[in-house]
Design a protein around this ligand. Structure first.
Ligand code: NCD
Ligand code: ZN
Length: 331
């Protein structure tokens, strides 16, 4: 049994820098036609020069793979002229509340619509989508749900701005998505597979710890409903976020799940299980091309229904489902 995917896209990906990037970027570029590259590097990507340099670093590491890195800027106050100049070199701008996750210290201190308005208005006029890490600083399980009113206010205040709710994890987010026309969302692989029980219900599984934290079974169900039906407002974004083993297996465990190399086989397994394989193509590519209005490189990826064992680690980064068997593999 075979499955052909045309130009798979990963619309939320962390590639890091330096040696880590060199090691892990090819694990995305082999299997995907393109990816939206997150800007939470150290320091974060905030200038045209940094966008260009970072893009070059990625292209060098993925040479020969016919892979398009769609670049992003780290949100701060940007003027209209600057944005107009950089418009063709980025696909979106990513907003992080300050300190909410890995390398987000320079994010927005207070999400106040009036103070963000000049930048958001410019983005709206220039058709630059806004990607958001939507979590409050409240109790960890409630952070995303508490952020929903902000999403709604933003959506109403800037009706022409496309707002992407990144890595949604709750039924509240799934509902909000359908209530405002200009809200869209990415869904990760791991949030379709796990709940908080998998992270901390038995032995603590640091490699499943990420932001936003995995939630309840009913939340996972709401995400599955959207993804498996390839709801046109959702697209795949792995949020694959590699950290060295020593940063994960530590008293203070870094947030992030590494899924890029096994994302396609595990999505195939999941969609097959629910008899929804026909919806994998729109979820993995078509929806994103429409939402972002992009035309990724033509790339055929063939999956075959053959068991493979997920490696224990890729260059000191432990992947999701490490050492487990998956029923599909990339040919
Ligand atoms: C991401 C990272 O490590 O950069 N971590 C995570 O838990 N998802 C940042 C992010 O997307 O929150
Ligand atoms: Zn992320």
């Amino acid at each position: 049994m075979q499955l052909q995917l045309i130009s798979p896209l990963d619309m939320h990906l962390h590639l890091r820098q330096g040696d880590m990037l060199k090691n892990i970027a090819p694990l995305s570029s082999k299997y995907f036609a393109g990816a939206l590259i997150m800007p939470n590097t150290t320091p974060p990507i905030t200038t045209k020069e940094m966008v260009r340099e970072y893009k070059k670093e990625i292209l060098d590491a993925t040479k020969g793979d016919n892979f398009t890195p769609y670049m992003t800027l780290f949100f701060k106050d940007y003027g209209y002229e600057f944005l107009k100049e950089i418009r063709d070199e980025i696909l979106s701008i990513k907003l992080y509340p300050a300190g909410i996750t890995t390398n987000s210290e320079g994010g927005v201190e207070k999400i106040d619509i009036d103070s963000l308005a000049p930048t958001l208005e410019a983005m709206s006029e220039l058709n630059i989508p806004l990607c958001v890490h939507g979590e409050s600083n409240g109790f960890v399980m409630d952070r995303e749900a508490e952020f929903i009113p902000i999403y709604k206010r933003l959506a109403k205040a800037f009706p022409k701005l496309k707002i992407i709710m990144e890595h949604i994890t709750t039924k509240e987010a799934a509902r909000a998505l359908q209530e405002e026309e200009n809200l869209y969302a990415t869904i990760t692989l791991h949030h379709l597979y796990i709940t908080l029980d998998d992270v901390a219900g038995g032995l603590l599984r640091p490699h499943l710890f990420c932001k936003p934290i995995a939630k309840r079974p009913e939340d996972k169900e709401a995400l599955l409903e959207l993804a498996l039906n390839a709801h046109p407002k959702v697209m795949f974004g792995s949020d694959s976020a590699p950290h060295p083993r020593s940063a994960k297996e530590a008293p203070g465990c870094a947030a992030g799940v590494f899924t890029a190399p096994i994302a396609l086989p595990l999505l195939a397994e999941l969609f097959e299980k629910f008899d929804k394989l026909d919806n994998l193509q729109p979820f993995i590519s078509l929806n994103a091309t429409k939402i972002y209005n992009i035309n990724p490189p033509q790339k055929m990826v063939t999956l075959v229904k053959e068991e493979f064992e997920v490696p224990i680690s890729y260059n000191d980064v432990v992947p999701f489902k490490s050492g487990e068997r998956v029923s599909w593999r990339v040919k």
